[in-house]
Design a protein around this ligand. Structure first.
Ligand SMILES: Cc1cc2nc3c(=O)[nH]c(=O)nc-3n(C[C@H](O)[C@H](O)[C@H](O)COP(=O)(O)O)c2cc1C
Length: 258
């Protein structure tokens, strides 16, 4: 599905899509879908009072199960619960009619936030391909009430929640940094095409308060170093932008450097 707001990135994505020849990365259709989803996704805070139908719900649940199997996280999809977004903070943050959310839960560990960011964004983009809208929410929700409902185990932690449902609108593109602000290379255009695609994809990613405090660096020929350069929700943001980078660059083209 293609959203209405390609905005300033239209020509870049048109180029990437025409580059995405079948056979290069295997499946052209899913590659196109993920590009479309990254470009069409924007945070949506006001939702329609429209339940997620059983077939779509099943797909979401299957994807949650797959993310948990791969990562060891304990993500849950909570449906028909308006309590989590009924607080002053949620109303102040302009959230309305949020009834469903992903609760990003995992065992307490140093890399929980980054892992939750990575797999949470995988769910966000998957939901977008199903015609749903989302918003990452670290602050503007009733955390205490939500924790009570989730009844976590003693070693578990709720890293963040993501509202999901049918939006009143498709949202609007965020104001974005330039590639040079997130990639220290002198001549960005001379870097491999896959790296350039990765950086552009990362700039489309949601970050807390749209801070985009990250940097990507090519190390040697096929290693990429990603780092967060301060701000809020660092681990979550880093996982999110790394997931976008992988989708843009193609996982087969590089490895992450320490
Ligand atoms: C980790 C994280 C936490 C966020 N927490 C909140 C929040 O508490 N309240 C809110 O209204 N938006 C929140 N957002 C949404 C960001 O404000 C939004 O992603 C950013 O402004 C970029 O806009 P976009 O998602 O439309 O591209 C959060 C985003 C991320 C990635």
């Amino acid at each position: 599905m293609i959203g209405p707001n390609f905005g300033i990135r239209e020509s870049f994505f048109a180029r990437c899509q025409s580059d995405a020849a079948p056979g290069k990365n295997g499946n052209k259709e899913s590659e196109m879908e993920i590009w479309d989803a990254m470009a069409a996704r924007h945070s949506v805070r006001a939702y329609l009072d429209k339940p997620i139908g059983a077939p779509v719900l099943q797909k979401l649940q299957d994807e949650v199960a797959e993310c948990n199997r791969e990562s060891g996280l304990k993500i849950r999809l909570v449906c028909d619960d308006s309590q989590a977004f009924s607080s002053f903070l949620a109303h102040y943050g302009k959230f309305s009619c949020v009834k469903n959310y992903f609760a990003l839960i995992g065992e307490k560990s140093e890399n929980l936030a980054e892992k939750a960011g990575y797999y949470g964004e995988r769910l966000v983009l998957f939901a977008q391909t199903l015609g749903l809208n989302t918003c990452w929410v670290a602050l503007s929700y009733a955390r205490g009430r939500t924790l009570k409902k989730l009844d976590l185990g003693k070693d578990e932690k709720l890293a963040c929640v993501i509202a999901v449902g049918y939006g009143e609108t498709q949202g609007v593109p965020h104001k974005s940094k330039q590639v040079r602000q997130v990639c220290p290379a002198k001549n960005f255009e001379a870097l491999p095409a896959w790296f350039q695609r990765g950086v552009h994809a990362a700039l489309l990613a949601p970050t807390a308060v749209n801070q985009q405090k990250f940097k990507f660096e090519l190390v040697g020929e096929r290693k990429v170093r990603a780092r967060q350069t301060g701000g809020f929700c660092r681990g979550l943001d880093l996982g999110i932008v790394k997931y976008h980078f992988e989708q843009g660059a193609g996982k087969e083209n590089f490895e992450w450097a320490e």
